[in-house]
Ligand binder design. Structure first.
Ligand code: E4P
Length: 220
């Protein structure tokens, strides 16, 4: 299973890359607004840190606008994936990008049917938003499970990204649901690393090691 970082924060991306667990990055306008600066420059920096797919999101509503934005982002680095929101125009843009050899990530997916359409149109990545569905009392993980099964049954090439991940349990559930990828905020990645018994165990082992060395030194 691949792990993407859901952030536009360069330091977070560098850290995850150093840990050896980073397979790609997703950004969106909200994540970009948190860091500011030039979106193009951020994307180029991120693409240098990871060779994996880096999603750059279009904000236009019309097909031509989406195509202009996407073609521009695709020129920034070879690993850019153009993120397009699910809509009638979005599907058309995804299909046109596929014809041009530009990879897309269809975002704002809330049903398996939307995901199926995105795959048919030619999206290589499909992002159901788990957390936002949970927020409205629907089980977001059901969409992940259903979409993975549909793509498998019909031998479609698109990969599912479990997006809008809010906690480590979402990550485990997405992995068990067969999601090809999960994109996680840096905080969730850190939460996945730690366990109170692990942290306590490290402190205990260090203390016992020092005690043993002091005892050996006293005997010598
Ligand atoms: C990723 O591609 C999505 O844009 C992101 O996971 C959305 O997460 P949120 O629902 O926490 O904003």
């Amino acid at each position: 299973m691949k792990i993407f970082l859901d952030t536009a924060d360069i330091e977070e991306i560098r850290t995850a890359a150093r840990w050896g667990v980073l397979d790609g990055v997703t950004t969106n306008p909200t994540l970009y607004a948190k860091v500011g600066g030039s979106y193009d420059e951020i994307l180029q920096q991120v693409c240098k840190i990871t060779p994996g797919p880096v999603s750059a999101e279009c904000v236009s509503d019309d097909v031509d606008g989406m195509l202009d934005e996407g073609r521009h982002y695709a020129k920034l680095a070879p690993n850019i994936v153009v993120k397009v929101a699910m809509s009638e125009n979005g599907l058309e843009a995804i299909s046109r990008f596929a014809d041009e050899g530009i990879k897309t990530n269809c975002t704002l997916i809330f049903t398996a049917n939307q995901g199926l359409l995105a795959a048919k149109a030619g999206a290589s990545l499909i992002s159901p938003f788990v957390g936002r569905l949970d927020d409205i009392n629907q089980d977001g993980m059901d969409v992940i499970r259903d979409l993975v099964e549909i793509l498998t049954i019909h031998e479609m090439d698109a990969e599912v990204i479990a997006a809008s991940i809010r906690n480590p349990l979402h990550m485990t559930q997405a992995a068990l649901a067969g999601s090809h990828i999960a994109t996680v905020p840096f905080k969730v990645l850190q939460q996945m690393v730690h366990h109170p018994l692990t942290d306590k165990g490290i402190v205990q082992f260090k203390a016992d090691w020092q005690k043993a060395h002091q005892a050996a030194a006293a005997k010598a």
